[in-house]
Design a protein around this ligand. Structure first.
Ligand SMILES: [Zn+2]
Length: 95
């Protein structure tokens, strides 16, 4: 599968035997089993790949104030500062 990924990324490939009808066949070293996997017909160009990734943006995590201690915490998670959830202590914090 790593060989398949490297071929799809356009990097050098190892163990390739044949590409037939979008089926990529590799000779596996263990037992010589021929594996087939669906493979893209055309290589994605750098410009198309990069323009696709241009929309991958970082977003700031949504944080809420803890209802018990007021610290910023991830919503719907146990508070990391006081170990409480819904004003009830879930994890005992030694301090
Ligand atoms: Zn808290």
């Amino acid at each position: 599968m790593i060989a398949w990924i490297t071929w799809c990324m356009g990097i050098s490939m190892t163990g390739i035997n044949a590409i037939h009808n979008r089926i990529y066949k590799i000779d596996q070293h263990e037992g010589g089993v021929i594996m087939g996997a669906i493979c893209p017909k055309n290589r994605t160009s750098k410009a198309r790949r990069d323009s696709r990734r241009a929309n991958w943006k970082m977003t700031a995590p949504a944080l809420v104030k803890c209802s018990k201690c007021g610290a910023l915490m991830v919503p719907h998670r146990v508070c990391k500062a006081c170990g409480s959830y819904n004003k009830k202590e879930i994890i005992a914090k030694e301090a």
